[in-house]
Write a protein that binds this ligand. Structure first.
Ligand code: CDP
Length: 236
């Protein structure tokens, strides 16, 4: 069976990764969380003093990019691949609000993007991949057979992310989460390199008023239709 590439882009906390994970499982595809890679580089930058509240040493970080190795290892208990930074499982550590507060700045660095995009394209070389992020349909896989672009109101997104963080046991306020969602949207959409924009051939999904189940069913149907039509085209 020929496999396709599915690109899911969109604003922060739109539930991209939740739906992408389920979709990959349902289709027997590999799921790649490209945001986790930017988050892992951010954790490295924080630990090594390249980014703090009033300091951002881009050049210092760029000079150490060779020492950063990011990989994914499938965790059968969880049913998805967790992210590793230099062989350390950082899956939980990269999800804090603190990392979220720095990640968009790190993601503006072209040298970082170049490195990660190359690796992401490698993951997709055999197709059969669902990848979510900000530039997947525009830069990483411009030829993806299915491109989705997810949006929802900032207030809804912040509430979802706040609930997630509280459930994990993190001490955060709703206001801080909302500020972070809005500030990341702004930085991600206005940066020079690979800004967050909807690809011309993407399908926009506003999930403000959809629950996870409705959204998943809708996207699964879209994907199955796309895969079918792709097969038909290939046969002709
Ligand atoms: O919090 P959320 O799950 O929405 O974001 P994420 O997918 O974990 O991505 C974290 C950050 O990484 C984004 O806000 C972007 O700054 C950056 N990113 C990017 O620039 N390009 C990607 N393909 C994925 C993430």
């Amino acid at each position: 069976m020929i496999k396709t590439t599915i690109a899911i882009d969109g604003f922060s906390s739109t539930g991209k990764s939740t739906v992408a994970k389920r979709l990959a499982k349902a289709l027997g595809y590999v799921y790649v969380d490209s945001g986790a890679m930017y988050r892992a580089v951010t954790l490295y930058a924080m630990r090594n003093g390249f980014i703090e509240l009033d300091c951002f040493d881009k050049e210092g970080l760029i000079s150490q990019l060779d020492s950063i190795n990011i990989s994914f290892k499938f965790n059968p208990k969880l049913g998805f691949a967790e992210v590793y930074l230099n062989e350390e499982n950082v899956e939980a550590l990269i999800r804090t609000l603190e990392v979220s507060q720095f990640v968009s700045q790190i993601a503006t660095i072209s040298e970082v993007r170049l490195l990660l995009v190359k690796q992401q394209q490698g993951f997709g070389i055999n197709k059969g991949v669902v990848m979510d992020g900000r530039d997947i349909g525009t830069v990483v896989f411009p030829d993806a057979e299915l491109k989705l672009f997810m949006t929802a109101s900032a207030v809804k997104r912040a509430q979802r992310r706040y609930d997630e963080l509280i459930k994990r046991g993190d001490e955060v306020t709703y206001e801080d989460v909302l500020n972070n969602v809005q500030s990341r949207d702004h930085i991600d959409s206005t940066r020079d390199d690979s800004p967050l924009t909807m690809a011309d051939d993407a399908i926009e999904i506003d999930n403000s008023n959809m629950n996870l189940e409705e959204q998943f069913e809708f996207i699964l149907k879209l994907s199955e239709e796309k895969i079918k039509s792709f097969h038909k085209k290939k046969r002709h």
